[in-house]
Design a protein around this ligand. Structure first.
Ligand code: SF4
Length: 382
């Protein structure tokens, strides 16, 4: 089994064209953070050119009814995953030795697939939070569809992802309701570029357009999910403020950034030393997990992404042939977009607050658990 889905790449562009031309369907799209940092390369722009506004414009030209942002769901992921981190840590610090640490991030489906096959004895360690792609689909087909009065069977949710494993994630049974998937299918960055070219859209000349609300509004924390260390940094921004009760003086956790395969940092939470680890590439992840299995854990929280560089280097992105300059340029593009955002912490996103007030109650509530969390399977016998 190829954990990142590269050997089973399926092209969904014809299915998308059919749906977009079907007047009985409402077709909405979400775009992952890493896509905006690389799509321009397919049109001759230098690596690291941010094309967020042009991408949104092009998606409207292609005929999507609403254009939303996976970054909104990344903020939601931080609310749920951050609450899980705080919950496990607090119980641990209060002497509950049944708590399993470290907690591992769970937004990368290739990584999830990897540990289900290779480390089935450790399925209780990862966070149960669904990936941003799946949280988006779940909220779109419940909260948003109910608000808009759109029946589930009429709504098509498409994602634009830097990733080939996301296609497989859409198909997992636990992300379906009566056989109907929360996210109908996923299109890679390269597939989107091909569609834009087929439609004769002059991409580089397009003006900028804005995402639709409410699921198009995100913070800088949601944007940096697209690069290795970004999920950890986004979580730290919220965990620090909620745990200490103090506002962060500087939201940039430079110590978790970079492209080294394994990185470590210690964060001072009012005297408690939170030890975090970041790994990208499954070889690095395997070493970390084997240490944990052998009782040599050094961390409270670990972020793992399967692709080199994280999603900016995903299998559905314009090919970069392992060129780290391209990866640095894409990562820096995301950090620039983060720095330019008026809100940079997920728990400050006003639309996320409204979602909890109007629908979910609070993080880890019964409804949040049902719609935003998942469970894992022992696949070692596959
Ligand atoms: Fe997909 Fe990102 Fe994971 Fe790569 S790192 S498999 S692009 S989710």
């Amino acid at each position: 089994v190829c954990p990142v889905g590269a050997l089973t790449e399926r092209d969904h562009t014809n299915r998308l064209i059919e749906d977009l031309s079907n007047p009985d369907k409402i077709v909405i799209v979400q775009t992952a953070p890493a896509v905006r940092a690389a799509l321009g390369e397919e049109f001759g722009l230098p690596a690291g050119t941010l094309v967020t506004g042009k991408m949104v414009y092009a998606l409207r030209e292609l005929g999507f009814n609403y254009v939303f942002d996976t970054d909104f769901a990344a903020d939601l992921t931080i609310m749920e995953e951050g609450s899980e981190i705080l919950n496990r840590l607090t119980r641990y610090l209060n002497g509950d030795r049944s708590v399993r640490l470290p907690i591992l991030t769970s937004c990368c489906p290739a990584w999830v697939n990897f540990f289900e096959h290779q480390f089935p004895d450790m399925l209780d360690i990862p966070s149960t939070a669904r990936s941003p792609q799946q949280m988006f689909g779940s909220i779109a087909k419940t909260y948003w569809a109910e608000k808009m009065g759109i029946p589930r069977e009429k709504l098509v949710v498409v994602s634009i992802m830097p990733c080939l494993a996301k296609k497989y994630e859409c198909d997992r049974d636990e992300f379906k309701t009566n056989g109907n998937p929360d996210v109908d299918y996923s299109i890679s960055t390269r597939e989107l570029a091909r569609l834009i070219k087929r439609a004769n859209i002059g991409f580089t000349l397009l003006p900028d357009s804005e995402f639709d609300n409410p699921m198009g509004v995100s913070t800088g924390a949601g944007v940096i999910f697209g690069t290795t260390g970004g999920v950890m940094e986004a979580a730290l921004r919220s965990v620090y403020e909620i745990y200490t009760g103090h506002p962060l003086q500087n939201v940039n956790f430079e110590q978790v950034r970079g492209l080294n395969g394994v990185r470590r940092a210690t964060i001072d939470l009012n005297g408690f030393e939170l030890k975090v680890g970041i790994a990208h590439g499954l070889g690095n992840a395997r070493h970390l997990l084997e240490d944990i299995r052998n009782g040599h854990n050094k961390y409270h929280v670990i972020e793992i992404m399967a692709c080199p560089g994280g999603c900016i280097g995903g299998g559905g992105q314009p090919l970069h042939h392992g060129n780290s300059e391209v990866l640095y340029a894409r990562a820096n593009a995301l950090y620039r977009e983060d720095a330019g955002k008026p809100i940079r912490k997920s728990h400050d996103n006003p639309y996320i607050k409204t979602l909890y007030e109007e629908y979910l109650g609070k993080p880890l509530s019964e409804k949040s658990e049902k719609l935003l969390h998942t469970h894992y399977f022992n696949k070692s016998i596959d």
